[in-house]
Design a protein around this ligand. Structure first.
Ligand code: DUC
Ligand code: ZN
Ligand code: ZN
Length: 466
């Protein structure tokens, strides 16, 4: 069946142009200047809308076991919410726990996702233990499993933590096989000292989660990761959930010297703060406990991160979607902030929240699309199948209404959470229609997709490899 998306403004990383998009089955087959398309196909009217590639969220944690509980979205609920919000591909993190065989961790993740996803999905691999076997497994995952990126943690001693020697070995392996090392860059052992001291002083409220993770410990770890990658013959390095000005300085400095270093940030760091959200009265701030933490409103983090997106020192915006309900989950940390499960849910709202940056004059239209769709696809080996509207690409397309409005609330969101980190936020724009591999799965507020239609995507190497 052929379909023509007619009358809209197609936005890509190089700008916006009036064009009609022809889809045949699951694939984009042609773009036409207005009025030049042949008669015949079914028409989707995009008058007054932006026509953008389906967004790619390169950082989600469905069902992640963490902090004595599990992230509350399943692949079913989480990918449905993503789809409704204009995201048509996620890259989730499969987990190798301490002592586990990497391939067993991966198989467990396939078991959770298969048959349950509403949109296409891929995996990165978290390495919970770097040793001879897991280094060998990295080769196998790159060569045969479509997994070309591995996340390591400089934080969370005793949970996911890798020491510098382990990190270096994984980086050397990645340099050899073309994979990307993704780094959670916070100095975990130093944070643990500050956490213990705070608790001994009786400082137990959620705000102390942020105060015990100062930006210096994010900047130090970021810098150390960059130097370790340098020792590993400039292994490609991607810093996840970068939140702080001083960490951004480290990335910018490396990039200015032509280093193979990239970074992402997340909407929570662009808009929310330590004082306003994490410091909310009583235990309320637990909703915004995540790591890296929200940063102080009295420093320049948010402005610096927006600027980093404009200058490409930050290449990608992901969500780090890791939802926990307030009741029974966040509540595990009443009286001890260090027991609050770390994570914020937001997979449904990234497209809208970043569009608000366009409205506010902080980001161009082209850069909006580039940071939420095109670059994540290129960074993680999904391009040009995903992240762009061009002949041969999957017909993953969102019609975005710049004249619409979105109000975010727990009453209306689709994520499996009993609260929203964005409660009451109003956005000047709205996801109107979502098309995934040629199928309209959401339109005008009605959802018509289904669990199981999403397919596993084997990824290639990053387009940005040098
Ligand atoms: N950070 C979070 O906030 N949640 C899950 C893991 C992580 O690194
Ligand atoms: Zn992390
Ligand atoms: Zn994460």
């Amino acid at each position: 069946m052929t379909t023509l998306i007619k009358g809209g403004t197609v936005v890509g990383p190089t700008g916006a142009t009036r064009a009609d998009v022809l889809i045949d089955g699951e694939t984009v087959t042609a773009l036409f200047a207005p009025g030049q398309a042949p008669d015949g196909p079914e028409i989707i009217d995009a008058t007054g809308k932006y026509v953008i590639p389906g967004a790619v969220d390169a950082h989600t944690h469905m069902e992640l076991p963490f902090g004595g509980t599990h992230a509350s979205d399943t692949f079913d609920t989480g990918t449905r919410a993503a789809a409704i919000g204009g995201t048509t591909t996620i890259i989730d993190f499969a987990v190798q726990r301490y002592g586990e065989v990497v391939q067993d961790g991966l198989a467990a993740w396939h078991g959770k996702a298969e048959g349950n996803c509403h949109i296409d999905y891929a995996f990165h691999m978290i390495l919970g233990g770097v040793g001879d076997e897991s280094l060998k497994a990295m080769d196998q995952l790159v060569a045969s499993e479509g997994i070309s990126s591995f996340k390591l943690f400089m934080a969370y001693p005793g949970v996911f933590y890798s020491d510098d020697g382990q990190i270096l070995r994984a980086m050397q392996k990645a340099r050899d096989n073309g994979a990307m090392i993704m780094m959670h860059a916070e100095n975990g052992p130093a944070i643990d000292v500050l956490v213990k001291q705070a608790l001994e002083r009786g400082e137990t409220d959620p705000i102390h989660h942020g105060l015990t993770r100062p930006q210096e410990l994010e900047a130090e770890a970021t810098s150390r990761a960059i130097w370790l990658a340098s020792v590993a013959a400039d292994c490609p390095l991607y810093i996840v959930h970068l939140s702080a000005s001083k960490a951004l300085e480290q990335v910018a400095h490396a990039r200015d010297r032509g280093r193979n270093v990239f970074a992402e940030t997340c909407p929570q760091y662009l808009y929310l703060t330590l004082e306003d959200q994490l410091g909310a009265p009583g235990f309320e701030g637990a909703k915004w406990v995540c790591s890296t933490p929200l940063r102080s409103r009295h420093e320049t983090h948010r402005a610096d991160l927006w600027q980093g997106l404009r200058t490409n020192d930050l290449s990608v915006v992901s969500t780090d979607h890791c939802p926990f309900c307030f009741k029974d989950q966040k509540e595990l940390g009443r009286g001890d902030f260090s027991r609050i499960p770390n994570g914020i849910g937001g997979v449904e709202h990234r497209v809208d929240l970043l569009y608000q940056g366009v409205v506010d004059g902080k980001l161009s239209l082209a850069r909006w699309v580039e940071t939420i769709a095109t670059t994540p696809a290129r960074m993680f080996g999904l391009y040009p199948r995903k992240g762009v509207i061009q002949p041969g690409s999957d017909a993953d397309i969102v019609l975005y209404d710049p004249n619409g409005r979105t109000r975010i609330s727990v009453e209306t969101h689709h994520m499996n959470m009993d609260h929203s980190a964005w409660e009451g936020w109003e956005i000047d724009g709205r996801v109107d229609t979502v098309i995934a591999r040629g199928e309209v799965i959401a339109s005008g507020g009605e959802y018509t997709g289904r669990a199981g239609r999403g397919r596993y995507l084997k990824r290639g190497l990053s387009d940005y490899l040098i």
